[in-house]
Design a protein around this ligand. Structure first.
Ligand code: FAD
Ligand code: NAP
Length: 313
């Protein structure tokens, strides 16, 4: 039986693994269905993590050293998706993709969030063929070409700025006339000559053919006027949805208390309503959705796991 099963290998899960193993737990496994690193690996930059200040480095570069450090104290890495987690008696049973089960005394769930779809016509059809949610991954395909960015938050404006250094022009389409992003991020994007703003507007249709996306129809939400633009890349940054499905039982009910927006209710120790089950990072209520706070949550959860196990013995 594992001392602790950590589900999710983003900043919260990796940090939990570092603290749990360095704090003396011998049998800790981190289950990550992809390459560890989490959402920030999709970012073209990170400039608000204290101690790391190199604008030439991407989120992927940034997380590379995390992996080396966090697996340095005996944390095991299982590259598997966890389907469900149940509390059976005093311990937890994880069911992995394929049906294998694993038992653990405690669990830290840090499954984070995924990019939200905007739900315009053609979004799914052209996803991966012109529609993208990752500028670092796909921006280079549109070198010296015009692209469209949808959204008005920090992600949209940061990624628009990144794309503006690669693409000829970046058209930011936002449904209101005020951005949600932080003032310095707005200021920097506004000063870039090849970033253009299209306010009060949404994407009505992604248009294309077998070769992929060829353009977008943009609708002004105040006038309903549709404008067509020939653009080969459309980057969608309209927020994230938390990944909470692992916490659902066979009847589709959550095993712990959730908020109305389906985030996990935790206290300041990252304890959920189920003893021995902790949640860290973007999945928890009132998460600031920052790498630094996800990492902080992970450390708190791991320290609590160590205390919990000591109390049980
Ligand atoms: P995540 O990073 O979402 O990691 C969760 C991990 O769990 C993923 O790797 C996923 O594959 C895995 N997982 C999910 N379900 C399962 C399962 N069932 N089984 C196994 N594994 C599973 N924050 C900043 O502080 N500064 C920034 O500059 C910044 N820029 C950003 C730019 C972009 C483009 C994005 C999308 C986010 C940015 N953020 C930034 C926010 C930051 O990335 C997140 O707040 C942070 O990554 C949350 O960490 P987490 O560990 O909670 O979850
Ligand atoms: P976000 O803050 O939720 O912003 C989403 C944007 O998309 C909003 O402008 C929203 O419009 C728009 N939008 C939502 N649904 C839409 C739809 N269907 N069609 C068109 N537009 C739509 O998401 P985010 O920018 O991804 O940021 C998520 C969190 O991560 C935030 O807390 C953010 O601060 C954090 N983050 C931080 C950094 C950083 O610190 N540097 C970087 C990236 C992200 P409205 O404004 O009208 O709602």
């Amino acid at each position: 039986m594992l001392d602790c099963a950590i589900i999710g290998g983003g900043p919260a899960g990796l940090t939990a693994g570092l603290y749990a193993t360095r704090g003396g737990l011998k049998n800790v496994a981190l289950f990550e269905m992809g390459v560890p690193g989490g959402q920030i690996t999709k970012s073209s930059e990170i400039e608000n993590y204290p101690g790391f200040f190199d604008s030439t480095k991407t989120g992927l570069d940034f997380m590379d050293t995390w992996q080396k450090q966090c697996f340095n104290f005996g944390l095991k890495h299982e590259m598997k998706k966890v389907e469900t987690i149940d509390k059976t008696g005093e311990h937890f049973t994880l069911t992995l993709e394929g049906g294998e089960t694993v038992e653990a005394m405690t669990a830290i769930v840090a499954t984070g969030a995924v990019p939200r779809r905007a739900n315009f016509n053609g979004e799914d059809e052209f996803y991966g063929r012109g529609v993208s949610t990752c500028a670092t991954c796909d921006g280079f395909f549109y070198k010296d070409k015009p692209v469209t960015v949808l959204g008005g938050g920090d992600t949209a404006l940061e990624e628009a700025f990144y794309l503006s250094n690669i693409c000829s022009d970046v058209y930011v389409v936002h449904r209101r006339d005020e951005f949600r992003a932080a003032p310095p991020t707005i200021d920097r994007a506004t000063r870039k000559e090849n970033i253009h703003f299209i306010f009060d507007s949404v994407i009505e249709d992604a248009v294309g053919d077998k070769m992929g996306l060829s353009g977008v129809d943009i609708r002004n939400v105040k006038t309903d006027k549709i404008t067509h633009m020939d653009n080969t890349g459309l980057f969608v940054f309209v927020g994230q949805d938390v990944k909470n499905d692992v916490l659902k039982d066979a009847s589709d009910n959550f095993i712990c208390k959730m908020s109305e927006s389906a985030q996990v209710i935790v206290d300041l120790n990252m304890k959920t309503s189920v003893p021995g089950l902790f949640v860290a990072g973007d999945l928890r209520i009132e998460a600031p959705k920052q790498v630094v706070s996800a990492a902080g949550d992970g450390s708190i959860a791991a320290l609590q796991v160590i205390s919990y196990i000591q109390e049980q013995q």
